[in-house]
Design a protein around this ligand. Structure first.
Ligand SMILES: C[S@@+](CC[C@H](N)C(=O)[O-])C[C@H]1O[C@@H](n2cnc3c(N)ncnc32)[C@H](O)[C@@H]1O
Length: 284
């Protein structure tokens, strides 16, 4: 959160109250989403109005009233100021994305990870994004790397339709093909054995899809970006726990964890990690 906003809310809240708010504050295009702790809910209107009046791009301020839930990984939102308009245009690394913050999952907090993975892709690679959402990882990969093809899969029709829209918006519809459905089914029927690189950005459940990600890879070898959630007392032990959980998830395959790091802290003693796992198919 910017010093500007800290100063802004500092005029209407105690310092300790400001810090509670600032840890969960996202600006996505014209939309601001914040979590308001129980103790501050009766001040939500004044907080939202201060934000709306002082952030130039803000048109709508929503309070998040549920965690990210369900297969579609969406959250419940309550409008507290401005227009009730959960659809916005978001820009990242020179790409544009139409985003629906109510019907689909979207987080600006993954932007560094999106850029890191995009920079790892090689020319002429085929990439599968098993849990593509509105297509952010895929579009950024295509923008920065001359890959041959990207396959998107998502079970949420709203996310699937936005991923198609976003591919066109960024003039990448020739390279990106989007499928709506369960990744297990789509891989089996359409994209088995076609990819050099597979993204698994569904940390809550990726471990149940490891065999599908491996099946998606071409015969020789390939890279899997495996997202996971790990409980740990510190960042250091999160990395240790994450490594052993990744080893366990890929134990049936000849693999090498080439990189592993904490993407972000998602709750108290709860971390999101990603591992880059090289798979050598046909050997064990
Ligand atoms: C955490 S979000 C992905 C975010 C996205 N990669 C991004 O950066 O914005 C996970 C996505 O997986 C989708 N999903 C959940 N279960 C699925 C499944 N079995 N098959 C395909 N997609 C699934 C959800 O609809 C959701 O859009």
């Amino acid at each position: 959160m910017s010093t500007f906003l800290k100063r802004l809310l500092g005029n209407i809240l105690e310092e300790s109250e400001v810090s509670k708010l600032t840890s969960s504050f996202d600006v996505i295009g014209s939309i601001v989403i914040l979590k308001i702790p129980e103790t501050l809910v009766d001040r939500k209107q004044v907080i939202a109005n201060a934000i709306l009046n002082n952030i130039k791009s803000a048109r709508s301020v929503y309070m998040q009233t549920s965690p990210v839930i369900g297969d579609h990984r969406t959250r419940k939102l309550e409008l507290i100021a401005g227009d009730d308009s959960p659809i916005t245009l978001y820009k990242e690394y020179g790409c544009r994305f139409k985003v629906d913050v109510e019907q689909t999952y979207f987080s600006p907090r993954l932007s560094t990870e999106r850029s890191r993975i995009a920079n790892l892709a090689f020319e002429d690679e085929v990439v599968t994004n098993m849990f593509a959402g509105v297509g952010t990882f895929s579009i950024i990969i295509c923008k920065y790397r001359n890959v041959k093809k990207v396959y998107n899969v998502d079970i949420n029709r709203a996310a699937h339709e936005l991923s198609i829209y976003n591919s066109r918006l960024n003039k990448m519809e020739e390279k990106i093909e989007s499928f709506c459905g369960d990744a297990k089914e789509v891989i089996k029927s359409h994209i088995n054995g076609k990819s050099n690189r597979v993204l698994m950005p569904l940390p809550e459940k990726a471990k149940y899809f490891v065999c599908d990600a491996v099946a998606c890879l071409k015969e020789e070898q390939g890279m899997i970006h495996y997202f996971q959630h790990v409980r740990a007392d510190s960042k250091k032990s999160a990395v240790e726990n994450g490594r052993s959980e990744t080893e366990d998830a890929f134990r049936e395959y000849s693999h090498d964890i080439q990189f592993l790091h904490v993407v972000r802290e998602v709750g108290p003693r709860f971390y999101q990690l990603v591992s880059d796992v090289l798979i050598k198919k046909g050997t064990r």
